[in-house]
Design a protein around this ligand. Structure first.
Ligand SMILES: Nc1nc2c(c(=O)[nH]1)N[C@H]1C(S)=C(S)[C@@H](COP(=O)(O)OP(=O)(O)OC[C@H]3O[C@@H](n4cnc5c(N)ncnc54)[C@H](O)[C@@H]3O)O[C@H]1N2
Ligand code: MOO
Length: 402
């Protein structure tokens, strides 16, 4: 427990959530659709790359001998259409970038340096054919090489490498399914029709947008009325999901019914209320294999707790070896006040070396959140900081993990 009495330290809470989660099973998927997935098996090259010596330039492949020529032109090696014969000294073929270098050729004369007279090829003064324009067979990798280790996230480059290694399909971890329940009598589904006592239900779509890269399916449920029966029905609808997220109704008011509804539904509450600002009323519960995250309703609290807990949880189930966001260091542009018992995640803008926080830090202020590219981390009980002091920052781009 934290200095804040009954509130759990947010890092202990994150560790506790992730420690209890094993990656889901694995599945084979077409490599070209596997962007962002985590490899469950290493990718071993099935071919040499390149498979043969290839020209790196457009020009002429020349037979062994004097690199300044002249040569007799005897044919062409185009990409995908190799020259049929061998090349001997004094002979050359037209060659394009990516085309097979014929047996017997040991250098490429660049097109820009060539002089053609009928079938005679010679060099312009001061130039010569050079071996450096040949990409040697297997220079990038050879069959049997480990190209990607198990646990690697498939970046676009890694995905291309797996394809180049001869793998049309890869074994990856399965991604979880997610159900998102918005709750609150004040929520309006149609933002254009929200009356003064209502508020557009923005959390569900925001959470879905955040989760999309990490899930196989998202089901949105609600807005659900502030009564236990409606919440129980929503939980029942969501019960097939690997992860259920609720937003709103997590606090202590008499209309905050998520906890009693979860208990009645048969879930066990793992923890509730953490030393985090914004995001104190976070709740984690389980029923069977389903993990339930009860996020606070305030939109910024919902975002921050989803960023720190939901996304790491989804990544861990999806096999990510380092699912939690990481900090970088920046210098604060202006003085920061001391903090209380809760860790604070201030919305701000990080540049290459510095970071500034917005004056407005209300946990419902979406305008500032949408302008932020960083959360400035202030541990619980931090002293006041002077401008120019280093501070830990979570960059929002890429979920803070890349
Ligand atoms: N007496 C106390 N009151 C509150 C405490 C406390 O400890 N004691 N905690 C405060 C904190 S911190 C937070 S955060 C909020 C969170 O409360 P809930 O999770 O119960 O959320 P709601 O009360 O249902 O809603 C809060 C706020 O967010 C709006 N909301 C809810 N759902 C959505 C949605 N889907 N899209 C957009 N906005 C949503 C809702 O209308 C409220 O304005 O509690 C404090 N109170
Ligand atoms: O912690 Mo609440 O999340 O202040 O707004």
């Amino acid at each position: 427990m934290s200095k804040a009495g009954s509130l759990l330290d947010w890092q202990l809470a994150q560790d506790r959530l992730l420690a209890a989660i094993a990656p889901a099973g694995t599945e084979q998927v077409p490599t070209q659709s596997a962007s962002g997935r985590i490899l469950a098996q290493a990718v071993i090259a099935r071919r040499n790359q390149p498979a043969a010596d290839l020209s790196a330039m457009d020009g002429y492949a020349v037979g062994a001998g004097d690199p300044t020529g002249p040569w007799q032109l005897v044919g062409e090696s185009a990409a995908g259409h190799p020259f049929a014969g061998d090349l001997t000294a004094g002979r050359a073929v037209r060659i394009s970038t990516g085309a097979l270098v014929p047996v017997g050729a040991n250098a490429i004369l660049l097109q820009e340096n060539a002089r053609i007279d009928g079938s005679q090829l010679s060099t312009i003064t001061g130039s010569k054919a050079e071996a450096k324009h040949i990409r040697r067979a297997g220079f990038d990798f050879a069959a049997g090489d480990t190209l990607l280790d198990a646990g690697t996230p498939l970046s676009p480059a890694a995905l291309a490498l797996a394809l180049m290694g001869g793998h049309g399909a890869v074994e990856v971890f399965r991604r979880p399914s997610l159900a998102i329940i918005d709750s609150g009598d004040e929520l309006a589904s149609d933002p254009a029709a929200a009356l003064p006592h209502q508020i557009p239900s923005s959390n569900g779509p925001m959470l879905a947008a955040m989760a999309v890269p990490y899930v196989c399916a998202v089901e949105r449920i609600g807005p659900v009325a502030d009564n236990k029966a409606a919440l129980l029905a929503a939980l029942e609808t969501a019960s097939a999901a690997d992860v259920i997220v609720t937003s709103g109704g997590a606090s202590v008011g008499e209309h905050d019914l998520v906890r009693p509804a979860l208990e009645e539904w048969g879930a066990t509450i793992d923890f509730w209320r953490i030393a985090l600002k914004p995001g104190k009323p976070l709740m984690v519960a389980r029923r069977g294999k389903t993990v339930v995250l009860g996020l606070p309703g305030n939109p910024v609290s919902s975002f921050v707790t989803a960023w720190l807990f939901l996304l790491p949880l989804l990544r861990r189930i999806g096999g990510h070896p380092a699912p939690a966001p990481q900090t970088v260091t920046r210098l604060v542009e202006a003085d920061l006040p001391a903090t209380g018992d809760r860790a604070e995640f201030l919305r701000g803008v990080a540049k290459a070396d510095t970071v500034r926080t917005f004056d407005e830090q209300d946990s419902s202020a979406l305008r500032v959140l949408s302008q932020a590219n960083a959360l400035i981390y202030r541990p619980p009980g931090s002293p006041a900081l002077q401008a120019g002091s280093p501070v830990q920052v979570f960059l929002l781009q890429n979920g803070g993990i890349a």
